[in-house]
Design a protein around this ligand. Structure first.
Ligand SMILES: C[S@@+](CC[C@H](N)C(=O)[O-])C[C@H]1O[C@@H](n2cnc3c(N)ncnc32)[C@H](O)[C@@H]1O
Ligand code: SF4
Ligand code: SF4
Length: 395
């Protein structure tokens, strides 16, 4: 078995886009950057040989197709078919502009109904336009169409100063419609560089607005930081499964160590928002499994025992890990403490006032994760039977 085991490959297969969001992290609103990139985009053959085929050896189960606007690639249907033929789950991230019912039907057909549509929605009303070059109505319509066509749905809410007040309303919308969601931090990647100083959130925004909403709503993907999950509880339910030092089964806390990400030109990183900024190598030089195995970068950044500052003396050093992107973009050190965290541990014995609630919500999340294939109870674990929410692991 390979030394590392990852869950997801997120692949920005083109920088071309039919929208111009002001904060776009792929620089898809920058014509020069896009022109340069198009000449170097990975071809279908390179994607098959250098990414999709070898990624199986790294345990990857899901490919997330993104961009730019992935659907602008002429070979998008072939890539989607190839993804499911190779046995992967697949997600399609789209800005929804051209996502008509006919296109959704086509995606459903070429993937045998195994695709999930992922949309960015930073607010459910007009506020969405502050950051996105599209009305929320269009996105909401696509979500409705997906539900009617039986396609899975997922919402990405990019968080910053602009949606501190409305965030919980967006989360409640997702919960009410039974749509999985995750939060993603606004970063100074690509055109985001011009917005970060004014729009990036700080520890007060996280403590007062975003974190309480995330804690209250277990439908979300629980990989967020700070994440106050008892390390003993996670060790027990996961059977101690780790990727280097990053707890898995299910993946929690910072995404680094669970995700592999690739840009249009083939550079490999550890989180969507760290692409272009940090790279462990390029798949044109080496297939992705060999690249990950041989790169000192992956060994270092997946070693949570080497975290610094508050993250190094924290009870949640492993189950949270601190957002590596926030550490990097605020301090320049990707192993540094996460400056947006509002927890100030004295040492490893300091317990967060939110731990009990986090544990409770996490147990509910396990049911969702298990149904989605993201959690497999280890042999002997009490979740191994047929769990009902109230009979989940005590602890
Ligand atoms: C780069 S887009 C590509 C997929 C598709 N075109 C879309 O907009 O959803 C993927 C996600 O990144 C988010 N995003 C764009 N710029 C960002 C930034 N500067 N920081 C964090 N997330 C950003 C978008 O809102 C979207 O949810
Ligand atoms: S965020 Fe998405 S829709 Fe907006 S410009 Fe970037 S790639 Fe296009
Ligand atoms: S100090 Fe670091 S590891 Fe601890 S909760 Fe905060 S971000 Fe997470």
């Amino acid at each position: 078995m390979a030394r590392y085991q990852f869950q997801v490959v997120y692949f920005e297969a083109t920088r071309r886009c039919n929208l111009r969001c002001p904060y776009c992290m792929t620089g898809s609103n920058d014509a020069k950057k896009v022109r340069r990139s198009v000449l170097r985009e990975l071809t279908l053959e390179e994607i098959r040989e250098r990414i999709l085929t070898p990624a199986r050896r790294l345990g990857v189960h899901t490919i997330g197709w993104s961009g730019g606007e992935f659907l602008l690639r002429k070979d998008a249907p072939n890539l989607l078919r190839l993804t499911v033929n190779l046995g992967y789950q697949c997600s399609v991230l789209s800005n929804c502009k051209k996502l008509t019912r006919e296109r959704l039907q086509k995606i459903r057909d070429v993937t045998d109904g195994r695709a999930r549509i992922v949309v960015g929605l930073n607010a459910v009303d007009g506020e969405n336009r502050q950051t996105r070059d599209s009305e929320s109505d269009r996105t909401l319509q696509v979500l409705e169409d997906c539900a009617e066509l039986g396609l899975g749905q997922h919402v990405v809410i990019t968080i910053g100063k602009y949606n501190t007040e409305s965030f919980e309303k967006t989360v409640e919308f997702c919960v009410a419609h039974n749509i999985a969601y995750n939060r993603s931090p606004l970063v100074p990647r690509g055109s985001g560089a011009g917005c970060f100083a004014g729009m990036g959130f700080d520890r007060n925004d996280l403590e007062r607005h975003f974190h309480p909403a995330l804690r209250r709503h277990p439908h979300g993907y629980v990989s967020y930081t700070p994440y106050f999950l008892s390390p003993e509880l996670h060790a027990r339910i996961s059977g101690g499964v780790r990727n280097n030092t990053v707890p898995q089964n299910p993946s929690i806390g910072c995404w680094v160590g669970s995700w592999l990400t690739i840009n249009a030109e083939g550079d490999v990183s550890v989180c969507p928002v760290l692409l272009d900024a940090l790279s462990g190598g390029n798949v044109r030089d080496m297939p992705i499994d060999e690249l990950v195995e041989s790169s000192p970068f992956f060994a270092e950044i997946t070693d949570r025992s080497a975290l610094k500052g508050r993250c190094s003396r924290c009870r949640y050093q492993y189950t949270c890990g601190g957002c590596r992107a926030m550490a990097f973009y605020h301090t320049g050190d990707y192993m540094g403490e996460d400056p947006t965290c509002f927890f100030d541990p004295v040492d490893h014995s300091t317990v967060s006032e939110h731990e009990a609630e986090t544990n409770r919500v996490f147990k509910k999340y396990l049911l969702v994760a298990r149904a989605a294939g993201a959690y497999k109870p280890p042999a002997g674990c009490r979740l191994g039977g047929s769990p009902a929410p109230d009979s989940l692991v005590k602890g």
